[in-house]
Design a protein around this ligand. Structure first.
Ligand code: NAP
Length: 419
């Protein structure tokens, strides 16, 4: 195992290091786990999630050695204006499993997204978001319990490649000239200021993402993997995603995977046991399918932008952003993070729901193989919600609930875990 890098301003705590061999994480009972609390409400949900996760680790005979690392505003204060210090990147790379709260990204100008930078620098190519309903959480749909999907969103290309040129610049005019004069594709471009972006989707990026989604389905007894694309319009990018996705399914899994596109009712009873069906849907249709045929979908694999829209839409069906967890995954790397952002208007008020970050920690535990601790976290959060003693976002949607602060909500979950 390589020795820890020499960090500039942070000191690793005592504890053991998670390693990665033969495609598997080896997780000791006393791992060092880097944590970024994050911007805005990160200061509220970070400490709350930390104590719940530590309680679950201890209750199952383990101990987490947290290593606070910094990004965003907290990093700028410590690292002379830097948003994403090398210390933070090195810590996540070395310790392999980490968790973060939200980071603020300015819109339209200023620095590029730190979330995107982190995912790309560490080549965490899959953003994974399980969406399941916790009993008692109010939802805008009639049967929220039917939602039990997990989205695999490609994390390094498509719109995340960040290749675009601003209107009015010399560069954008150069690209426009190239398109019109050399590629002969400028006919439909209107005159006047124009912004241009490029949407790359590669065979390599697609196949490793789809492979992770199919592996997950096989390992977790899921029945379908749906490739979600807009290949009817963008044939050579989104359409290629679909084709390469099917190639992986057909060429790499033998009888374990079937590629056919029949509806759930028709398939029942016909499938070889344990086989996974890979099918595909066009993205706009998929946005209605999650509402109208919720229980027919299990695992969704998507290019970046489709995944962005769909995972938030799935999250809304189970009660909103305060609940929805996620993680970024690379080969031998996990960075768990909630779906929600830094909600600046609530920052520091001890008000928002820490459940999304707590359940991101649960997903982190699952990816570490700590399934007993993961179950304990879910059961305790669910019992807390069922008690009606909840944060504002849940309380406003139920009758007779009691509104708790972020810290009170977390403390009551800790009590449940420890009792
Ligand atoms: P947001 O921070 O997710 O907040 C939008 C709304 O969602 C909040 O006003 C609140 O709704 C609800 N919400 C979010 N987190 C909640 C929680 N923990 N508990 C209860 N309700 C919660 O989205 P945004 O305002 O669009 O983005 C703010 C900043 O976060 C931006 O800079 C954005 O770039 C960044 N962002 C970061 C990440 C990330 O770090 N991965 C992800 C998304 C966005 P109500 O007021 O209706 O209750």
């Amino acid at each position: 195992m390589p020795s820890a890098p020499s960090f500039d301003q942070i000191e690793p705590p005592n504890g053991s290091t998670i390693t990665y061999e033969n495609g598997e994480l080896n997780v000791p009972d006393d791992p060092i786990i880097p944590i970024i609390h994050g911007d805005g409400i990160g200061q509220d949900v970070g400490p709350a999630a930390q104590k719940v996760l530590q309680a679950a680790a201890k209750a199952t005979g383990r101990e987490i050695n947290w290593m606070r690392v910094y990004a965003g505003a907290s990093a700028r204060d410590r690292y002379d204006g830097e948003n994403l210090p090398q210390d933070t990147v090195d810590a996540i790379k070395h310790y392999r499993v980490a968790i973060k709260g939200p980071l603020t990204t300015p819109v339209g100008a200023g620095f590029r997204s730190l979330n995107v930078a982190l995912r790309q620098t560490l080549d965490m190519y899959a953003n994974v978001r399980p969406t399941y309903h916790l009993e008692g959480v109010p939802s805008p749909v009639k049967n929220p319990q039917e939602m039990n999907m997990i989205t695999f969103r490609e994390n390094t290309e498509d719109v995340y490649s960040g290749i675009e040129w601003k209107a009015g610049t010399e560069d954008v005019e150069k690209v426009k000239k190239f398109l019109v004069e050399e590629m002969g594709v400028g006919e439909s471009l209107h005159d006047g200021p124009i912004g241009i972006g490029v949407k790359p989707i590669t065979e390599f990026g697609t196949k490793r993402l789809v492979r992770r989604a199919i592996d997950y389905a096989l390992e977790n007894d899921r029945q379908t993997v749906t490739l979600v694309h807009k290949g009817n319009i963008m044939k050579f990018t989104e359409g290629a995603f679909r084709d390469w996705g099917y190639e992986v399914a057909e060429e790499e899994y033998g009888d374990e995977v079937i590629t056919e596109d029949t509806l759930w009712e028709e398939r029942e009873g016909e499938l070889p046991e344990d086989a996974v069906v890979v099918n595909d849907r066009i993205a706009d249709n998929m946005l209605q399918q999650i509402l109208t045929r919720t229980d027919q979908y299990d695992v969704l694999a998507m290019p970046n932008l489709n995944g962005d829209y769909l995972s938030d839409a799935c999250g809304a069906q189970i009660g909103g952003l305060g609940i929805a967890p996620g993680a970024n995954i690379g080969d031998g790397l996990v960075l768990a993070e909630p779906v929600h952002g830094s909600a600046p208007k609530y920052a520091g008020q001890d008000k928002v729901n820490p459940t999304a970050l707590i359940l991101s920690g649960r997903l982190m535990f699952q990816l570490m193989g700590w399934n007993d601790a993961a179950d304990l976290v879910k059961d305790s959060v669910e019992a807390q919600v069922a008690s009606g003693r909840v944060t504002y976002d849940i309380e406003r949607g139920i009758e007779g609930g009691v509104k708790l602060a972020t810290s009170e909500f977390a403390d009551e979950i800790v009590k449940r875990i420890s009792s």
